[in-house]
Design a protein around this ligand. Structure first.
Ligand SMILES: NC(=O)c1ccc[n+]([C@@H]2O[C@H](COP(=O)([O-])OP(=O)(O)OC[C@H]3O[C@@H](n4cnc5c(N)ncnc54)[C@H](OP(=O)(O)O)[C@@H]3O)[C@@H](O)[C@H]2O)c1
Length: 357
């Protein structure tokens, strides 16, 4: 079927409350060699979809997570066919984002999804799972499951190498749950996970002093040296307290709005910022805090491609469960409601998804 010439696309405005406008724009007819054009069936929101707009004072189609069917490909794309069901991570800040009837993503951040996986479920995976993967397997230095030569008993030297304690704060955030999922699949552990609303985690709600006591108690009881840690919440200076729970090592953080130079952070703890779009750009933005080396950031692009191929395989084998989600009513007209719900901290433990087609 020929592509339509025009489509509906949402522009998100950094107003109080957040507002959107829906305009008619041209469907891209010419693609770069490595690009895939996708008819969007479902899009999902991330906190950055409103956060970045407020930080930069700009309005744009800020959606980056989507699932749908392939309707066009650049000349160098060979791994998909027209009509394939896929999920995709759109490049941050680029044209043709997820809050529209058609979106564009580079082929290496697009993966095929199985016939029995709903588009709504699939749209919750790309951005946050890649953030978790870059954090664990690039910044924290654990061996990636797609590089592990796992035998039938799921054990190998690399996987044993991953048997190191991981301290995770924010375990019930979408990012935290994908970190737990990937860490378990890679044999990382034991994991000391701090979250809310679940009795399988240490509870953050009694406050940081109580969390510190409990973490120290676990570390002593099980004789754990804490050298790897992730703050999947990264708000209200949580990283300062978490850094003090470590023996030394690396603490991953996720907000570019802080410099992380507080005197309370011990000298032997290195704070490392993950920016998920190094998976597209191979570089941080100038001025971003606590960056990895340029050489490491360049390698994130190749790793993103390997990761999404692996995630597609895991989905087909039924080994990759998605984060719980709520469908926000009214499709593209619901995006403002969804982003206000996220901004107000009311989307507890759920991704927010919009059915587009
Ligand atoms: N730099 C990057 O590339 C990048 C990429 C992805 C995400 N991020 C950032 O990472 C953060 C998490 O993103 P997300 O998508 O996972 O967000 P999310 O799912 O919307 O996070 C909400 C969750 O945070 C938990 N939470 C609330 N207050 C908390 C507290 N005081 N301590 C610990 N946890 C608390 C809540 O858990 P309960 O419901 O259990 O209370 C809630 O479910 C956001 O700041 C986001 O911008 C950055």
């Amino acid at each position: 079927m020929p592509l339509p010439k025009e489509m509906r696309s949402v522009t998100v405005h950094p107003t109080q409350p957040i507002t959107t406008t829906i305009t008619t724009v041209a469907v891209p007819q010419i693609l770069a060699p490595n690009e895939v054009l996708i008819k969007v069936q479902a899009a999902a929101s991330n906190p950055k979809d409103w956060l970045h707009l407020f930080m930069l004072g700009v309005s744009l189609n800020s959606g980056d997570d989507l699932a749908g069917t392939v309707v066009g490909m650049g000349t160098e794309v060979s791994k998909f066919r027209i009509g394939d069901r896929v999920a995709a991570f759109h490049a941050l800040g680029q044209p043709y984002g997820a809050y529209a009837e058609y979106a564009v993503a580079p082929a290496y951040t697009v993966f095929a999804i199985p016939g029995d996986m709903g588009f709504e479920e699939a749209s919750t995976i790309p951005l946050v799972s890649l953030t978790a993967a870059i954090t664990l397997f690039r910044r924290q230095g654990f061996a990636a499951p797609w590089d592990l030569d796992l035998g039938p008993d799921q054990e190998c030297a690399d996987k044993n190498k991953n048997k190191k304690p991981l301290l995770l704060y924010g375990a019930t955030a979408a990012l935290g749950t994908y970190i737990v999922k990937l860490a378990k699949m890679a044999g990382i552990g034991p994991i000391i996970a701090i979250g809310g609303g679940s009795n399988i985690f240490l509870d953050y709600r009694p406050g940081m002093e109580q969390v510190k006591k409990e973490v120290s108690g676990y570390a002593k009881r099980y004789n754990l040296k804490l050298l790897n840690s992730i703050d999947a919440f990264t708000e209200n200076k949580t990283w300062v307290d978490i850094s003090q729970m470590l023996d030394a090592g690396i603490l991953s953080v996720f907000s570019s709005a802080n410099s992380y130079d507080e005197s309370g952070v011990p000298d032997n703890v290195q704070i490392m910022y993950t920016y998920v779009d190094t998976g597209h750009e191979g570089a941080y933005k100038p001025g971003m805090p606590k960056q990895a080396t340029p050489e490491e950031a360049v390698g994130d692009v190749d790793s993103a491609g390997k990761f999404f191929d692996w995630v597609g395989n895991m989905c087909r084998e039924g080994k990759f469960s998605v984060h719980p989600f709520d469908v926000v009513p009214h499709g593209l007209h619901g995006v403002a409601d969804g982003l206000n719900t996220l901004k107000d901290g009311q989307a507890r433990g759920k991704k927010l998804v919009y059915i587009v087609s």
